[in-house]
Each structure stands twice: as C-alpha cells, then as structure tokens.
Design a protein around this ligand. Structure first.
Ligand SMILES: [Zn+2]
Length: 85
C-alpha cells in the first residue's frame, strides 16, 4: 500500500508533463497502466483532461492561466489533505 501511494505521487507530479506529451514513452506507459488500476489517479487524470480542454476553449478570454493555477492550487491542497488523513 505504501508503494502504491508513492506511485500515485509520481503520477500526480508527472500528470502535466504527461498531458503535454513531455514524458518519455516508458513514463507514459507507466502512468497509463497505473490509472487503469487506480481510481483516484484516473479521476484526477480525467479531470485534468477536461480542465485542459476547457482552458483551450477559453484561451481567447482573459487570464486563463491564472484560473488554471487557482484550480491547480485547490487540487494540490485537496490532495495533500487527503493523503495526510
Ligand atoms: Zn494512483
């Protein structure tokens, strides 16, 4: 279980690079495999994907970057709280 949590942390850290296509193939495979077995990481990945699509749609509006950071902050705080519980 401890090992699994460690992997979750790595997945979450790598999620943005993963969605940006910046990870190498092995790391992508690793994350892809993990989210299939880990509902919480899967949900997070799905959320990030939707968030990105939304931001892309709104990219002509003001300050999507600021909104993005704010949402990410909330997520990060949330995650920290969950993991400490
Ligand atoms: Zn996970």
């Amino acid at each position: 279980m401890h090992e699994r949590r460690r992997i979750c942390e790595q997945v979450v850290k790598g999620l943005f690079a993963y969605l940006d296509g910046e990870l190498d193939e092995a790391a992508c495979v690793e994350i892809g495999r993990h989210v299939k077995t880990c509902p919480s990481c899967y949900r997070r990945l799905a959320f990030e994907k939707r968030l990105r699509a939304k931001i892309r749609q709104c990219s002509s509006q003001d300050a999507p970057e600021r909104l993005y950071r704010r949402v990410k902050n909330v997520l990060d705080n949330n995650l920290t709280t969950t993991q400490n519980a």
